[in-house]
Design a protein around this ligand. Structure first.
Ligand code: NDP
Length: 266
């Protein structure tokens, strides 16, 4: 998929699924192994460093390790679901994905732990419980929303969402070779609340990591700022693609589910 712009092609990638033989898929490997494993190892190292420097590990450090560790564990536990995400299904493998996976992810996602090594924060119980609740609620929304879509698509709508048959909009699209395909967009469950409520859950979890570091410095909050920009941009990027793919059917869907991330607001 060459665009004619060398720098864009280098950044975004040409190959969809570059491989060595049958078993080594570059995109899957880089997305799902070095960065995400390093994230947990680096966080644990920061906890060990706190112990070495101060003789104790603060509750904020434990919270960051537990909440982020849960997110990583979820990734491995639900790896089959991960194969259906935009990164794997639509993005090409270029510098952007490779650098993001190997450099950006392990540096950015461990900012809270790094901050807490040099600025240890012991939270009062109410603050710590609040952060834990927000983190767990965000994770639950993230997981349930993703699970609902996965189940809906896997069963072609023959499932139950919140105890009821799911509601959906029938869509069709035509591929480059002229073949017509049919698909469904769910409009019930969390997918009836907003078009990307999975991102909302993700953002709630991200905010919890930052709040665990207290309010003394802006640095740990870089994560939520970055994630808000990333996921809002991703939302717009995905909707642009879906609008070109489904055309009028997408308009019917956005009329049925008018909000993107926050029902009633955005
Ligand atoms: P989604 O899982 O939301 O997938 C979007 C695709 O799902 C659309 O392109 C469309 O594909 C299909 N779809 C959209 N609406 C519906 C609907 N109502 N019913 C059925 N199918 C629908 O996007 P992502 O892959 O971006 O995100 C997956 C998860 O990964 C999210 O929870 C996100 O927060 C997380 N994530 C985390 C990141 C991080 O750095 N922490 C980075 C990126 C993602 P189709 O063409 O098949 O119709």
């Amino acid at each position: 998929k060459f665009t004619g712009n060398f720098f864009y092609d280098y950044m975004m990638g040409i190959e969809f699924n570059p491989r060595i033989g049958k078993w080594f898929d570059f995109k899957l490997f880089f997305n799902g192994r070095p960065g995400i494993v390093a994230w947990t190892l680096i966080n644990l190292s920061f906890a060990a460093k706190q112990q070495e420097l101060y003789g104790e590990v603060t509750n904020s450090m434990i919270l960051v390790n537990v909440l982020q560790g849960l997110y990583v564990l979820d990734f491995f536990w639900n790896e089959a679901w991960y194969l259906k995400t935009i990164d794997i299904c639509h993005d090409h493998f270029g510098w952007y994905l490779g650098w993001e996976d190997c450099v950006w992810l392990p540096c950015l996602c461990t900012l809270q732990g790094l901050y807490l090594v040099y600025h240890p924060v012991q939270l009062c119980t109410a603050h710590a419980v609040g952060v834990l609740m927000l983190g767990l609620l965000g994770y639950a929304i993230f997981r349930m929303t993703n699970h609902q879509k996965d189940l809906f698509r896997r069963t072609n709508g023959n499932c139950r969402i919140w105890g009821k048959k799911p509601e959906y909009i029938e869509c069709s699209y035509v591929s480059v070779d002229g073949t017509k395909y049919y698909s469904k967009l769910m409009t019930s469950g969390f997918w009836g609340w907003a078009r990307h409520f999975n991102y909302t859950g993700d953002l709630m979890g991200s905010l919890a990591y930052c709040l665990a570091c207290g309010f003394e410095h802006i640095l740990p909050y870089f994560y939520i700022i970055y994630m808000t920009i990333l996921l809002t941009h991703r939302c717009i990027r995905d909707e642009h693609r879906c609008c070109s793919k489904y055309g009028r059917d997408w308009k019917r869907y956005t009329a049925a589910v008018p909000y993107r991330l926050l029902p009633g607001i955005f």
